[in-house]
Every structure is written in structure tokens, then in C-alpha cells.
Design a binder for this molecule. Structure first.
Ligand code: GLU
Length: 326
């Protein structure tokens, strides 16, 4: 592909902790179509910051699965690009630098709470889904002396002090959202074990890689207000966000192994062609009227974010069966 629109840059940013399944393929396809339909640049970034959970063989397999699907990228771990490296574990200095800037602003503080402390903080209101309960602010106002004393006993994590004004944004799929920062509480940017948080790493990477459009799964919608606060604090331009619906089983739970093996490897073994899968995904998303085979290339002209439903998509047996018909 030959990107001609420098103002459109998007990415797919998988975590190599599991095999790619139809849900990841759906997100990757839509992110790719959004960028290809506007002649922008598509970036592949490997989010392996959580080293113990990330596996190199899975990272390789994700690249193979994407190629099999017919999705290509202009910049990425294997092809390089102007903002290399494209693998998070090789970008730690960038995260440290951003942390330094936030530290200078007085936006960070050390936190000595354990997970157990937080779970037992009975008064803590339930925060937004992905990150668990809102942080009750236990360590927010410790004196320097108290911090120094505690630091002798325990390695702290580092939290970002959220603001007071609601964070509002327009999502490309589900419209306007407004989040009260108190509902999330101050969030971790560096864990006690030294690992940078997803929230910090993803903002640093998307900003430094000049990403203008973030399209990802709706499970990350509640991360967005946190990330917007980091963009604002760091003085970086906020990208356009679109959170596409998750795939669910008929039990209302997120599609997983127990609903049947929907990994790309399993589908491939059962003879499902990549064009069959991408055509089926486009049909599920309302982009085409029938579930027949259609390669990503052929779907570019069909992409329209306004057709994508905002509600989770229930993958029934009948829908899945359409994937296997020829
Ligand atoms: N690495 C994240 C995941 O695989 C996605 C991050 C993002 O798209 O912002 O869930």
C-alpha cells in the first residue's frame, strides 16, 4: 500500500499473551479499513510491556495471522519505520522520560497500598470496569516524611493524580462520553515491580508515533479518560477514538475458549479461508449485506464507521455456522 495521507495514522496494538481469535481479527480488520479507506499509514505495535505474560512465539504468530488475513502494515516491529522501535519492551526509556515530565509537574505520587488493601477498602465506590475499583486516595496526601518512612519498608508504585473536571470525548462508534475522574481515582503509571502501566505506555507510543486515529475494542473505553488526562498533562494532541463492540457468547460473557475455539489457527485448520473470515466479519459489522468471501482489499470501499453497532455483538451458533459455509 502507498499511504498518501500523512494526516491519517492508525494502529493495531496487540498484546502477545494469547492467540489471535475472531474478536482480535475484527478489531484489526476495522482499524486497517479505517486507515486504508483514507489512504493513511497503518502501524503495527507489539505491546509486550508485561514481559512475564508476553511470549515471543505468540508475537510471531500474530504477525503471521495478520498476514494470512490479508492485513498489511507500513511500520512495525518487522519492517521498522520512522518511529522505531515498534515493540514496547524496547521503548522503556521513552516511558521513563514521560514519567520524568509528569513528576516535574507534581502530577505523580508514591503509593504504598497493596492490592489486598485496595480490595478491602470497603468504602471504595466501584470504578470503571477494566481497572477495578476506583483508588480511594489513601496515599494521595501523605506528607514527605510519611512517604520517606514508608519507602524504607516497601517499594512504592507511582500514581497519576487525576484532575477534578469531567473528561469528555466523542467516540467514533458510541458517541459522547463524559467521565468523572473521581470514578477512576488516581491510577498507576508505574507498578511497584518497576513495570510501566499500559495507560502510560500506550499514550507515549501513540503520541510519539503520531497516531491520529485509535480504533480498538470497547473493553478499553474506560481507559480513554485516563489516557486523555495524560495527553493533556504532557501537552500532546489527543487522537480520535473509536471503540468497536466486543464479541459475546449467548451467555452474555465475552467470547472465549469455552464458547468454542475461534482462534485463527483453529479456523485455518478447519479450512476457513482468510477471505471467508474477513467477509464474515464485515457482514457481522453491517458493512456488507451477505457473509460471502471478501478480502480486506475488497472491503476498503465499504468501510463506514457509522454502520458499526455500538452494542456488543452476540455470536450465536447460527452466526458461527455461516463462517463455515462455502
Ligand atoms: N494491547 C492492548 C490489547 O491487546 C490494546 C491497546 C490499545 O489498542 O490501546 O488489549
Amino acid at each position: 500500500m502507498n499511504p498518501t495521507n500523512p494526516k491519517l495514522r492508525g494502529r493495531f496494538a496487540p498484546t502477545p499473551s494469547g492467540e489471535m481469535h475472531i474478536g482480535n481479527a475484527w478489531t484489526a480488520l476495522l482499524a486497517w479499513l479505517q486507515i486504508r479507506s483514507g489512504h493513511g499509514s497503518f502501524i503495527l505495535r507489539m505491546e509486550d510491556i508485561d514481559k512475564p505474560r508476553s511470549k515471543p512465539h505468540l508475537a510471531r504468530q500474530i504477525l503471521d495471522d495478520l498476514r494470512w488475513l490479508g492485513i498489511d502494515w507500513d511500520e512495525g516491529p518487522d519492517v521498522g519505520g520512522p518511529y522505531a522501535p515498534y515493540t514496547q519492551s524496547e521503548r522503556l526509556q521513552h516511558y521513563e522520560d514521560a514519567l520524568g515530565k509528569l513528576q516535574k509537574q507534581g502530577a505523580l505520587y508514591t503509593c504504598f497500598c497493596s492490592r489486598a488493601d485496595l480490595l478491602s477498602a470497603a468504602s471504595a465506590p466501584h470504578g470503571l470496569a477494566a481497572e477495578g475499583p476506583a483508588y480511594p486516595g489513601t496515599c494521595r496526601n501523605l506528607s514527605p516524611e510519611e512517604r520517606a518512612a514508608k519507602a524504607k519498608m516497601k517499594q512504592p508504585s507511582i500514581r497519576y493524580r487525576v484532575g477534578e473536571v469531567p473528561v469528555a470525548f466523542i467516540d467514533g462508534v458510541s458517541g459522547r462520553h463524559s467521565f468523572d475522574p473521581a470514578a477512576t481515582g488516581d491510577f498507576i503509571v508505574k507498578r511497584a515491580d518497576g513495570m510501566f502501566s499500559y495507560q502510560l505506555a500506550v499514550v507515549v507510543d501513540d503520541a510519539m508515533m503520531q497516531v491520529t486515529h485509535v480504533l480498538r475494542g470497547a473493553d478499553l473505553l474506560d481507559s480513554t479518560p485516563r489516557q486523555i488526562q495524560l495527553y493533556q498533562a504532557l501537552g500532546w494532541e489527543i487522537p480520535a477514538f473509536a471503540h468497536v463492540p466486543l464479541f459475546m457468547g449467548t451467555d452474555g460473557k465475552r467470547l472465549a475458549k469455552r464458547h468454542g475455539n475461534t482462534s485463527l489457527a483453529a479456523l485455518r485448520e478447519q479450512g476457513v479461508s482468510p477471505a471467508k473470515l474477513t467477509g464474515w466479519l464485515a457482514w457481522i459489522g453491517g458493512l456488507v449485506p451477505t457473509p460471502g468471501p471478501a478480502a480486506p482489499q475488497e472491503l476498503i470501499g465499504r468501510f463506514d464507521l457509522s454502520l458499526i453497532p455500538a452494542e456488543p455483538i452476540v455470536i450465536t451458533e447460527d452466526l458461527l455456522a455461516r463462517l463455515y459455509e462455502s
